[in-house]
Design a protein around this ligand. Structure first.
Ligand code: PMP
Length: 543
């Protein structure tokens, strides 16, 4: 089929009106009407449990559920019984950690993963390591953002039981040579798990050809509903697995004293399954199959490559990860802008009608390797087109040209907040202090150190070191200006009022503090604004 994003967008209720350029599909994709309808039809017309009743509706529910399994398994090249339904990629990986890895690892054994993983493919292995005493090894990346294959090979030896690797990085867009990695893992007697969250939605996947043992992916990132995903389990691993959760439908026979279990995949589907979700996900798969995964992949390469070139040309912009011609997919474009915190960039872009994500993208260790706390990420899918890339680079250029204020959108309060960002308060070192407190918003990378000199129950002097977005810095300055010289009790009272206004619908603030009032209507920025006030509160408790 010929590829027309404009035509595709007509299938998507959220995108149809053209009010937003949606560039956050790496977080979750939008859904076409047929997916929404397929799920709604299940509840409208059937709504019965699968694999339980013998009446007509229940039989139809089972048929639809198993047909969805067949469709989705076929989409990734698996046999139908090799696909277990899970909630999402995270649950799929945790399932493997609990049901397969936890009883095969121990002291003297190792798991190899990489520094580019999403927390979903890192934290479960840390938990297994903690529980079993096994070792965790991390393969490095090259300066270009590719996996360092030489290092990966160095890490492989007879102790390694599992290699757990992402198919495509959600930050760098790097497509890892997963077939080669599976082969290497097997040569060392290890199994290979592939995190397919950013793989299956964007490229042709054939798990048998890839040779992996486990492949986890999420329905919501491929235009399916939220709360449904798939885990491929190579049949050869079936006998090595223990149950994940116990309960209804995962059993063969239950006595009061013991139970025998059903075979995979039902062994891993304890409790009522998400039949509506599975049906919706199968509809998403059919939609993708009609477009053709090779076409989807080619579209993202072209569009991502173009967007990358445009953005990288803007002075002050740094783009991360490899370009599509040398190991990237094009689907993910992660960048920083000199002098602008990623949150501020994302908010400015939001104002320009572009939905992008800012933060650490659930990959804090990778951001440490990249030397940044947070980044801004635009990600592309089938409904995006060249004009989205143009709009993105124009908006970033605009932001740099006009030295955008704290938050776009003029109001007196905003101008005041902007004033406090541009005129930092209490940043100079103070000669003496009794209390020092640090505050961190680890997700967005705002950091703060407060020092207080308190004498006679009054704040005689203070110092603020603030690194982070404009809202967090402006709020820190406003807090410093307001609290300096106040009695501790009075300071605590002011802090409570600010927190109540920001989080509890409390009365609007007056005077200079009114600068914070608009933040109450920006849920995404509340944490940024609150950080300074919370840290001051903690510091004053120590007085
Ligand atoms: N792995 C990668 C590479 C991801 O991008 C994501 C989602 N951002 C996940 C795992 C987790 O996916 P989910 O939240 O659907 O479990």
């Amino acid at each position: 089929m010929s590829f027309s994003p404009a035509q595709i967008r007509r299938d998507f209720p959220v995108l149809r009106e053209g009010k937003v350029r949606y560039l956050d599909s790496a977080a979750t994709a939008q859904r076409p009407e047929i997916v929404i309808r397929a799920e709604a039809d299940f509840y409208t017309l059937i709504g019965a449990n699968a694999h339980r009743g013998v009446y007509g509706l229940a039989v139809e529910s089972t048929r639809l559920y198993e047909a969805a399994r067949e469709q989705i398994a076929g989409f990734i090249g698996a046999d139908t019984d090799e696909l277990a339904f899970v909630r999402n990629t995270t649950e799929g990986i945790n399932l493997v950690a609990r049901a397969w890895a936890a009883h095969r690892l121990g002291p003297g054994k190792a798991i190899v993963t990489t520094v580019m993983e999403h927390h979903s493919n890192l934290v479960p292995w840390q938990m297994v390591a903690q529980q079993t005493g096994c070792e965790l090894r991390f393969a490095r990346i090259t300066p270009e953002g590719l996996l360092d294959m030489d290092h990966l090979q160095e890490l492989l030896d007879e102790r390694v039981v599992l290699v757990a690797i992402t198919h495509v990085s959600n930050v760098l867009g790097t497509a890892n040579p997963v077939a080669d990695i599976c082969k290497l893992a097997h040569e060392h007697g290890a199994a290979c798990l592939v995190d397919g969250a950013q793989g299956a939605p964007h490229r042709q996947v054939d798990v048998h050809a890839m040779g992996c043992d486990f492949y986890a992916f999420s329905g919501h990132k491929m235009m399916g509903p939220m709360g449904i995903g798939g885990l491929y389990i190579n049949r050869q691993r079936f006998n090595e697995m223990q149950p994940f959760m116990g309960g209804g439908e995962m059993i063969d026979r239950v006595e009061l004293s013991h139970t025998t279990y059903a075979k995979p995949p039902l062994m891993f589907e304890a409790g009522t399954q998400n039949v509506g979700g599975a049906v919706g996900m199968a509809a998403a798969v059919r939609y993708l199959q009609r477009l053709g995964m090779r076409e989807v992949e080619a579209h993202e390469r072209l569009l991502g490559g173009y967007a990358r070139q445009k953005l990288a040309r803007i002075p002050g912009v740094k783009v991360f990860g490899p370009d599509p011609d040398s190991g990237g997919t094009g689907g993910v474009l992660t960048f920083t802008v000199d002098g602008h915190h990623p949150h501020d960039v994302a908010q400015f872009l939001d104002h320009a009608g572009l939905a992008v994500r800012a933060g650490d993208h659930c990959a804090q260790p990778l951001h440490k390797v990249l030397g940044v706390i947070a980044t801004t990420r635009a990600s592309f899918y089938i409904y995006n087109e060249m004009s989205d890339a143009d709009a993105l680079s124009e908006a970033v250029s605009d932001m740099l040209k006009h030295r955008a204020s704290v938050v776009p959108g003029a109001s007196d309060a905003m101008e005041m907040l902007d004033y406090y960002f541009r005129n930092p308060v209490a940043r100079d070192p103070i000669p003496e202090w009794e209390v020092e407190k640090e505050g961190v918003n680890s997700l967005c990378g705002d950091e703060l150190t407060i020092r207080l000199h308190v004498d006679g129950a009054a704040i005689k002097d203070l110092q603020v070191e603030a690194r982070g977005c404009k809202v967090s810095q402006a709020s820190a300055s406003l807090a410093a200006a307001t609290l300096k010289g106040k009695a501790v009790d009075e300071a605590m009272e002011i802090i409570s009022k600010v927190q109540a206004m920001l989080t509890n619908n409390g009365p609007k603030l007056e005077g200079e503090l009114a600068a914070l009032n608009p933040v109450a209507d920006m849920p995404a920025r509340l944490k940024c604004a609150l950080l300074a006030w919370k840290t001051f509160e903690e510091a004053l408790k120590d007085v």
